[in-house]
Design a protein around this ligand. Sequence first.
Ligand SMILES: Nc1ncnc2c1ncn2[C@@H]1O[C@H](COP(=O)(O)OP(=O)(O)OP(=O)(O)O)[C@@H](O)[C@H]1O
Length: 295
Amino acid sequence: MEGREVHLILNPVAGKGRAAGKRGRISRFLDRFGIEHRWHVTRGPGDATGIVAGLPEGALPVAVGGDGTVHEVALACIGTRRIMGVLPAGSGNDYVKALGIGPSLERGLRALAAGCVREVDAGEVNGVRFNNGLGIGFDAEVAANVVKAPAWLGGFGRYMWAVYRLLRELECREARITLDGEVVETKTVLVAVALGTTYGARFRLAPISRLDDGLFDVIWSEEVGIGEVLRLIPSVLRGRHLDHPKVHHARAREVAVELERVSPAHVDGELLPLTGEFQARVLPRALRVVAPPGE
Ligand SMILES: Nc1ncnc2c1ncn2[C@@H]1O[C@H](COP(=O)(O)OP(=O)(O)OP(=O)(O)O)[C@@H](O)[C@H]1O
């Protein structure tokens, strides 16, 4: 990190407000390593992207929050040469799992001090960029309902609350999925177009995804009922669902998904405008992130 001014982009409400309390520990750690830093506190959704876009060239923004904050910082860095860092401090810390940092703030700080930079893939769907993944269908309905869950349940608890609430109205949709020109027709409960491994605070939907292979890992189900989804949930938590006969996996650079009806969808947990047509493509190694070296 030599010579680079570190700009910590803190989302004070992340982690149910606990992120703000980590400020002292982070500053002490960086001071010990002689890393100059400045704090920026976000004031609402979208603020982090604007703050990072306004930083001088060569400054290194570090998202201090959850996946929403990482997504907003990444939006200002994808496709530029700007390097970003991540210090996990949210309720959902999915992206850091794929980066090899995991949910530990200590590991994030050590990675920052070591200063190893990885070039990783980003994605774009219908013109919207993302760093971790696109989810269409059930996954996004859950993301939309998580906000209604009681805060005391925590990130994973709130996600499970939404999953069980939505199971009663579980719906599979006719879908035409095109993977680098190969067409699959199916009826599905969800299609995940993944860069990272983990979604919804703990679901290892794409356990074998790599961040720098230039490919999406696409996972989709065939038509499934409530009982099957209930049985699949523990497998997805452990990342063991890919050998289930109704779960499919493929890799592709370009993915199109056409649904019979509009469906909720999200990128990195942020909801997209309702549509039934999705055109996604990988942006190979378009993002530079401070992270432990990849294997
Ligand atoms: N000052 C603020 N007040 C309210 N919301 C904010 C503020 N700053 C940022 N945000 C928004 O908070 C949202 C959630 O942040 P983030 O994902 O980083 O934390 P989290 O604890 O993991 O949250 P969640 O569990 O809701 O995903 C982001 O979408 C961001 O835009």
